[in-house]
Design a protein around this ligand. Structure first.
Ligand SMILES: Nc1nc2c(ncn2[C@@H]2O[C@H](COP(=O)(O)OP(=O)(O)O)[C@@H](O)[C@H]2O)c(=O)[nH]1
Ligand SMILES: [Mg+2]
Length: 240
């Protein structure tokens, strides 16, 4: 029967880096069930960033980025020998379990993440993360816009209004009402990144009777990221 498992040998291209993107399944309903704060629920963001930390500890990606209900993971050493079925199923399953562990509430339904594998070359990495960060900004403008409109109009009127507006219309409307999106917290505009940083550790070498400096890496959850640039990715060691 083993020959029926026709997808099990599907692998990512050899020596290719990959990005995996996970997305919460029907998190619109989950947000309603859990009564998440609109437009941004800080606790939800804490949970998702802890999921990223767990993924980092378990699968050692080079970099992770999250906003809303999605997580992107960049790998150079691809786990599971690059087997697609393993990558998609184990990593999405692990993220879903981690989400439940960190949330610690009574869910109406078991939460799940979907997952996809995207082979990338070094030249694609910056473009990919800029694309997702642009989407984070779109999400920030739209979600603040709809929340504001719903506070003034019935839901259907608010939805109709927002559908006829582009990003700068929404930005302007909010500005007129005293909400300047440029002033909202960085993570709402730009998302959250997770990567390794080095910290200096000064110890004492008893044998040689002198201080000794070494560096230890740790996982850093960055809530204050800049707009993605080549410089940023070089600084954190993701691009050469
Ligand atoms: N209230 C609230 N909802 C959020 C937050 N972050 C994500 N969501 C919800 O998650 C959804 C994610 O979008 P999408 O993946 O397209 O929708 P899905 O198919 O229902 O998962 C959004 O539409 C929101 O409903 C948050 O901070 N607060
Ligand atoms: Mg989703």
């Amino acid at each position: 029967m083993k020959e029926y498992e026709v997808y099990s040998s599907l692998r990512v291209p050899k020596n290719s880096k990959i990005i995996m993107r996970l997305d919460g399944r029907s998190f619109h309903s989950l947000a309603r069930d859990l009564k998440l704060v609109k437009p941004y629920d800080e606790n939800f963001y804490k949970v998702i960033s802890n999921v990223c930390r767990d993924l980092f500890e378990e699968f050692s990606p080079l970099f992770a980025y999250t906003f809303s209900d999605e997580i992107s993971l960049l790998f150079d050493n691809v786990p599971f020998d690059g087997r697609i079925e393993k990558l998609d199923s184990v990593i999405a399953g692990f993220a879903s379990s981690s989400f439940v562990i960190h949330y610690d509430v009574d869910f109406k339904k078991p939460p799940a993440f979907d997952s996809r594998v995207i082979p990338v070359s070094d030249g694609d990495i910056l473009e990919y993360f800029k694309w997702r960060q642009d989407e984070s900004w779109v999400n920030c403008v739209n979600s603040h816009g709809i929340s504001h409109l719903k506070s003034k109009y019935p839901n259907n009127v608010a939805n109709d209004k927002i559908n006829g507006m582009n990003l700068s219309d929404i930005h302007e409307l909010l500005f007129k009402e005293g909400i300047n999106l440029n002033d909202v917290e960085t993570y709402k505009k730009r998302g959250i990144a997770v990567y390794r940083k080095n910290k200096k550790v000064v110890g004492f070498n008893k044998k040689e009777n002198k201080e000794q400096t070494s560096y230890r890496s740790y996982i850093h959850i960055d809530w204050e990221i800049p707009k993605f640039s080549e410089e940023f990715f070089k600084d954190i060691g993701v691009l050469k």
